[in-house]
Structures are given as structure tokens and as C-alpha cells.
Write a protein that binds this ligand. Structure first.
Ligand code: AMP
Length: 545
């Protein structure tokens, strides 16, 4: 027998229309590129989003068209999230820190028809434009004064909005419709697209609000330091309005001093970002002698947070909550909500309990498997590759059957490439990474891509990239080379060789020479052995003179 309940498709735009009504005095404060701060309430943001939706129609962009963004965290980027998805188009956020090669690949693979770009990134689009084969419109996210003087074929965001009405009749879309697209680094080089649906995005928002009662508190302010161009800023543009929170969008300046001032002046209660950012803020806190204003909660994710970092914040009375997730998971999969009995325990006990990635969110299932795909026990001891399943997890990569076949198992679970343990109480600890990637400051560097390009240098017979821990960036890449004959390629030469394909921050920090690379039983380079061999290696910028 079926239940007798109505069925309405889940739509992203309904989060904003709800917040504009229920939380009408809350909204977004944004730091703009010139340092000015602007403030818009949710009703004002809904009106501007309606204008933007009308403007998109006037640009003759069809439902299903991919609309790219190259932008920092601001209210305009937020408006694009809602207007693009609300009209049935697909909001494709792009990471401006990637190399020109990677950007061109991503634009053309997604077949973006328009790009909305922050003023400081207009030169980047100008440099790439002739190679972007499907692009019809470039819209500069600012007013007239933000346009360059030779802006012949550039459109102005605020002009488009002023010319359009604010009322918009949001279409009824099937809830499975695509709403947003985000590329992640591939272990084999080419980036891969996660295509989020309306349904997955709304369910994710509900799941995260339910899973973060300590952080997502009604009436408080949240600071998303995690970028909106990467994994939907961990869903905060959806969860914060749903929970009735103010959002403080930090713009471009993410150094400790800028964040300290912003947190203090805007009364931020909870701040979300990668460990690198919180290490920077910690330095600033130490130099100023105390934490800023009302900061009471940190959500740290994207990489494992070191114990010392967690302990330093907990000691100041700031609750630390580690989250784990992936682009392919919309992205949050677990969070470090402490069991009630531990919350008032001693500092040491609390910090111990905060190591690792917490416990799964409702709606996300975990399983650990061995190399043959067989399940291993969730006993807190036995490591296995973590597979995930749920309504907020991709069923495949966008237009990439090969990557899809590699990632999904026969039962339809998605393989995360993380090696983890899970104990009987569901506590997840990520132990290692099966995927061949280096994560620096929250952003990926593909080892295989670097290796394939480095080996093209005449002085290199074979090579491998390993991740070396770094206190600021979490990890940095180092290139291990088996030289060709007597050749000893210098770091500068190698950087020149790699610089066409990689952004500067993706280049290796050092080169190590070996006679041969260690191999596994299956004939692959054993990165584990290499990491052990060079366990005492100190990166150049950390060496004491
Ligand atoms: P991304 O798709 O860029 O969000 O990266 C997801 C990956 O980042 C995961 O598969 C992990 O390898 C890593 N990661 C994210 N959060 C954590 C965490 N709390 N601890 C350890 N690794 C993490």
C-alpha cells in the first residue's frame, strides 16, 4: 500500500525563497575586490537573483546549458548559484588557480556557453578566450567601473541586473535535473566532472544542517573560507540560509590577519576551511594574544587536521569539528560531532576524540574493502579502501565512461581512493590515500600528470612524485628521478619544462635522485616504499640555515 502524501520535486531555489521569508533580516556580507564590504539581506538577494534569472533568459541561454563561474566568495557568486540552477541551467564553478591547460580542458569538456568572471580574473579569460570553443558570453561580475577600458565584448553584471525585473516564475524542474557541475583532479591527469542534481543538493543541505547542530546555529554568522569554486563551498551557500544564518563572504584575502579582522568585525561564530587556513589564523591569534571576537567553532576539512592544531583551538575554548568529504559527495560525508559524554571531558580526551574524520552523516553509507573488493571488518584496526553510497554521491562522472568504470563497483558504490579504518561506533579515520594525488593548501596536484610530463625531459629515465608533509600547505610534491646517464636536471630546468602545463603552486619543491624506483608485486612504483625511504627528507623551505 502506498502512502497518501503529496510529491513535489526538490528545488534549490526553494531554499532561497524560504530564507527570504523566514529569515528576512539575515543575509550576506561580502568583502569585494577593492576591500569594501557590502551587505544584502536574503529578500534583497532573492530579488537580485530574480533579475539575474531574467537576464540569463535574455542572453538566450537554454535550459541545460553550462554557465561557468571564475570567481571568489561573494554575494554575486551566491546569486549565480541560485539563478543558474533555479532556471534549469547548470552552474559550473571553475577553480581559477589551475593552469591554463587545465582551464581550457575543463571549459571545453563542459562546453560552457557563458562565463561570469570576477574583475581581477578578466585577464585570465582574455588569455584563454580564443581556445574556448563554445563560449558566447563573458560577464564581468561588477559594475561599470569594474570593466576594463577596452571591454568591447564584455557584459557588465550590474547592468544586466538593472535592466531586468526582479520577479521570476521559477520553473518546475524534475528533481533529478542537473543543477551544478564541479571538476576534480583526476588521478590519471584529466579532470573529472561531478554533476550535481537539484535533489542531491537539497538533500545534502538538509543532511548537513541536521548533522552540524553545534556549528549551523540560527542567528549566528558563518564564514566560508572554503572557496565557492571548489565543491560548492562545502554546501554552505545552501545550508547557511536554510539554517537562518548570516554568511560572511571573505573575498580574496584569506591570510591570518585579514581573517582575524573580518571574524572580529563581523561577529563570526563558525568558520569553515582547510587546515592551512586555520594554521595561518592561529599564528595571528598568537601574535595578537587571543582569539577574535565571538569565534566559537571551527569546521576543518579537505585534509586531516594535525593534533596540535586541534589542541591549540580547543585550549582557547573554540570547538573543533573535523569533516571529511569529496567533490563527488556534494561534498560532506562525515563530521566530528562529539558524543555528548565527551563534550565536557578533559582537554586531552576531547582532542583525542577529535582526531580523525568523525562519523558519517545520515544518508551516507560506508564500507571498507580490501584489494580484491571484499569487505573488511569495521573494527577500528583493519584498513580498507573506503566506498560510499547515498543520494548525494555521484553515480558516474560527467561524459567520462572510463573514469566512471574505474570509480564505481559492481554494487553501485563509489570508491573514494581513501584508505581508512572505521570502528564499531562508526568513527572514521583516514589513514592513507590510494589515489595518486598530492593535496597542497586544499587543492590537488596530480602525481601521474607531473610524472608523465617530467619523464619527457631528456635527463629523466624514470620518475615518481611523492607527497611530503608540510606544516603550512599540508603536503608538497617532490620529484624522485632516475637520471638518464650522468644527467642531473636542476630544479629550475625542471620547472621550466613543466611550466606550460602546470600552475606555479603545482610544481615540485625539490628533486631527489635514485638509481632505481622501488616496485610493488604488481609492477607499479611503490610510493609507500618511496615515502618510507625519504621519511626524514626536509623540504627546502623548512631547512634551517
Ligand atoms: P576534494 O574532492 O577536493 O574535496 O577532496 C576530497 C579528498 O580530500 C578526500 O578523498 C580525502 O583524500 C581528502 N580529505 C578531505 N577531508 C579530509 C579529512 N578530514 N581528513 C583526511 N583527508 C581528507
Amino acid at each position: 500500500m502506498l502512502g497518501q502524501m503529496q510529491h513535489h520535486p526538490l528545488r534549490i531555489i526553494d531554499i532561497l525563497t524560504f530564507s527570504a521569508e523566514a529569515f528576512h533580516s539575515q543575509g550576506i556580507t561580502s568583502v569585494m575586490e577593492d576591500g569594501r564590504r557590502t551587505r544584502h539581506t536574503y529578500p534583497e538577494l532573492l530579488a537580485r537573483t530574480g533579475r539575474l534569472a531574467n537576464a540569463l533568459d535574455r542572453l538566450n541561454l537554454q535550459q541545460g546549458d553550462r554557465i561557468a563561474t571564475l570567481a571568489w566568495n561573494t554575494h554575486r557568486h551566491f546569486e549565480l548559484y541560485y539563478a543558474v540552477s533555479g532556471t534549469g541551467r547548470i552552474c559550473h564553478t571553475i577553480n581559477p588557480r589551475l593552469s591554463a591547460e587545465q582551464l581550457v580542458f575543463i571549459f571545453n569538456h563542459a562546453e560552457d556557453r557563458a562565463v561570469f568572471v570576477d574583475p581581477s580574473l578578466v585577464p585570465l579569460v582574455a588569455e584563454l578566450r580564443t581556445r574556448l570553443s563554445t563560449l558566447d558570453h563573458v560577464v564581468v561580475m561588477g559594475g561599470r567601473a569594474d570593466l576594463p577600458s577596452d571591454a568591447r565584448d564584455l557584459l557588465c553584471y550590474e547592468d544586466l541586473l538593472s535592466a531586468a525585473p526582479s520577479d521570476y516564475d521559477w520553473p518546475d524542474l524534475p528533481e533529478e535535473s542537473a543543477a551544478a557541475l564541479c571538476y576534480t583532479s583526476g588521478t590519471t591527469g584529466a579532470p573529472k566532472g561531478a554533476l550535481y542534481s537539484q535533489r542531491a543538493t537539497v538533500l545534502h543541505a538538509l543532511m548537513v544542517v541536521a548533522g552540524h547542530p553545534q556549528s549551523l546555529r540560527n542567528g549566528r554568522a558563518v564564514l566560508p573560507v572554503v572557496p565557492m569554486f571548489h565543491v560548492n563551498a562545502w554546501g554552505l551557500p545552501f545550508t547557511a540560509p536554510l539554517a537562518g544564518m548570516d554568511i560572511v563572504m571573505p573575498g580574496r584575502s584569506l591570510d591570518g590577519a585579514s581573517l582575524y579582522t573580518l571574524i572580529e568585525q563581523e561577529h563570526v561564530f563558525t568558520a569553515w576551511g582547510v587546515p592551512t587556513v586555520w594554521a595561518g589564523l592561529l599564528q595571528e591569534i598568537r601574535s595578537r594574544g587571543g582569539p577574535p571576537g565571538e569565534l566559537g567553532d571551527l569546521v576543518i576539512g579537505g585534509a586531516a587536521a594535525p593534533r596540535s592544531l586541534i589542541a591549540a583551538y580547543e585550549e582557547m575554548g573554540i570547538n573543533v569539528n573535523q569533516a571529511w568529504g569529496m567533490t563527488e559527495m556534494t561534498p560532506v560525508g562525515s563530521r566530528g560531532l562529539l558524543p555528548p559524554e565527551v563534550r565536557s571531558a578533559s582537554l586531552d580526551t576531547r582532542v583525542d576524540a577529535q582526531i580523525g574524520a568523525g562519523r558519517r552523516l545520515f544518508g551516507v553509507d560506508f564500507k571498507l574493502v580490501d584489494e580484491n573488493g571484499n569487505r573488511v571488518a569495521h573494527d577500528g584496526q583493519t584498513p580498507g579502501e573506503l566506498y560510499v553510497r547515498g543520494n548525494t554521491i555521484i553515480s558516474g562522472y560527467y561524459n567520462d565512461p572510463e573514469a566512471t568504470a574505474r570509480a564505481m563497483d559492481k554494487e553501485g558504490w563509489f570508491g573514494t581512493g581513501d584508505v581508512a579504518t572505521i570502528d564499531a561506533t562508526g568513527r572514521l579515520i583516514v589513514r592513507d590515500r590510494a589515489k595518486d594525488l598530492v593535496k597542497s593548501g586544499g587543492e590537488w596536484i596530480s602525481s601521474i600528470d607531473l610524472e608523465n610530463t617530467a619523464v619527457g625531459h631528456p635527463g629523466v629515465r624514470a620518475c615518481a612524485v611523492i607527497a611530503v608533509p608540510h606544516p603550512k600547505w599540508d603536503e608538497r610534491p617532490v620529484l624522485v628521478i632516475v637520471p638518464e646517464g650522468d644527467a642531473r636536471v636542476t630544479l629550475d630546468e625542471m620547472h621550466r619544462h613543466l611550466s606550460d602545463r602546470f600552475a606555479r603552486w603545482q610544481l615540485p619543491d625539490d628533486i631527489l635522485f635514485v638509481d632505481a624506483l622501488p616496485m610493488t608485486a604488481t609492477g607499479k612504483v611503490s610510493k609507500l616504499t618511496l615515502r618510507q625511504t625519504f621519511a626524514d627528507f626536509v623540504l627546502p623551505d623548512l631547512r634551517e640555515e
